[in-house]
Write a protein that binds this ligand. Structure first.
Ligand code: 5GP
Ligand code: ZN
Length: 112
């Protein structure tokens, strides 16, 4: 057992607001949303950062779940942003790989 926050969600020890789940990924609403839609999509297997992503299939499952959720949550046509933050300069705070799916408002570019 590890102490990772998102692994605890995968094991059901902490219960996030889940919006999608299959054998490979879990998706839930961010606790501190930065947009009207702010979902985190995570692989169920612990992968700390993008640098440790060793499974293209699993990465694809994360991406596919995000696209399907964008359609289901009706932000696909207007558009949305997907972000993986990696390590310190990327602004990563939780060291279990997660894809941010953000939408429902105009996003600024470039990011801060
Ligand atoms: P990072 O900065 O690592 O890319 O993003 C971590 C995200 O996890 C943040 O957007 C933060 O709000 C979210 N987060 C942190 N703790 C929790 C939690 O306990 N529950 C949920 N649902 N989201 C969390
Ligand atoms: Zn983990």
């Amino acid at each position: 057992m590890n102490d990772c926050l998102f692994c605890k969600m995968v094991r059901g020890e902490i219960k996030p607001d889940i919006v999608f789940e299959n054998d490979h990924v879990l998706a839930f609403n961010d606790i501190n949303p930065q947009a009207p839609v702010h979902v985190l999509v995570i692989p169920k297997r612990h992968i700390a950062t993008m640098n440790e992503l060793d499974d293209a299939y699993l990465g694809g499952e994360v991406l596919k779940a995000a696209v399907n959720l964008a359609k289901k949550l009706n932000i696909a046509d207007d558009g949305y942003r997907t972000v993986f933050n990696c390590n310190q300069h990327g602004g990563q705070a939780v060291y279990h790989l997660h894809l941010h799916l953000l939408g429902g408002r105009q996003m600024a570019w470039p990011p801060g």
